[in-house]
Design a protein. Structure first.
Length: 278
């Protein structure tokens, strides 16, 4: 139930909400359809995202919230990881060798990308790509090459013994090494407890914000959909997320809370499914 990447932003969140409506109709034998994207059409006051209607059924209003902790910082840092991979591939292509002949990996420390601006990440990728291209034979070896500048990094070929049936046969993967000291259980436990406290506080704040948008829709079924985003190394676990949602005091203007989960459709792809908790 804990995700690492935010969905693309847009003027109306219908693309993310449409699968929920399909699943809701299948589960309840209803035929709800989108009547309005309220937060797009209503400009003079806060409003939920979507109004659903169905003949013979009460109307439903939906507000979807992202529960992020730490706020802002985690997602920005995680975005840097994705961008480094894209910029590296782009820079290698510009040198005339995209290393698509086999499987390779670039390893960096997570902390090295924290707080970096997008242009800084692009510059880092270009510098690394230039070094790789200048030492292509060494880079293609299993020992690979590594430098301490512009950030500590290592690039190498991935040996067959490191692969399984889900591993791609070619391309470049970026491995980001975390900074958790697993040999210090007390410190690790404190970090997990801090994360759970942070998510609990953020859920309460977002639920209160959603309730304000629902205040004009007391004649509707008011559904809050939440998706948790954060660092999976610190949690919370699926059970801890359920406890956070169920044990929190729900504002009176919210009738239902649904939490996003992963429904795996293949070894490397999933769809979002929504679990009704309260």
């Amino acid at each position: 139930m804990l995700f690492t990447c935010l969905p693309p932003a847009g003027p109306c969140e219908w693309r993310e909400l449409a699968p929920f409506v399909v699943a809701y109709n299948e589960q309840h034998g209803t035929s709800y359809f989108r009547s309005q994207c309220l937060d797009v059409e209503i400009r003079d006051r806060p409003a939920p995202e979507v109004l659903l209607e169905a003949q013979g059924e009460p109307s439903i209003v939906i507000e979807r919230k992202s529960i992020v902790w730490p706020p802002g910082k985690h997602l920005a840092n995680h975005r840097n990881e994705h961008n480094l991979s894209e910029y590296l591939s782009e820079a290698l292509r510009s040198h005339g060798d995209d290393f698509s002949d086999s499987l390779y990996q670039l390893s960096v420390q997570e902390v090295s990308l924290h707080g970096k601006r997008d242009r800084d990440v692009a510059a880092i990728a270009r510098t690394i790509a230039s070094d790789i291209a200048s030492h292509a034979d060494e880079a293609r070896s299993f020992g690979g090459i590594g430098r301490s500048s512009p950030i500590p990094w290592n690039f190498r070929a991935v040996h067959e013994s490191e692969r399984d049936e889900t591993t791609p046969t070619r391309g470049i993967g970026v491995i980001v090494c975390g900074s958790i000291d697993y040999h210090d259980p007390a410190a690790f436990r404190r970090k997990r407890e801090s994360a759970n406290d942070g998510f609990r506080e953020e859920f309460g704040r977002q639920a209160s914000a959603a309730a304000e948008k629902f205040s004009d829709y007391s004649d509707c079924l008011r559904s809050l959909l939440v998706q948790f985003f954060g660092d999976p190394e610190f949690g919370p676990t699926d059970e801890e997320i359920k406890k956070i949602v169920v044990s929190s005091q729900r504002p009176k203007d919210i009738d239902q809370v649904w939490v996003a989960d992963e429904k795996w459709v293949s070894a490397d792809d999933y769809e979002i499914e929504w679990v009704h908790l309260t």
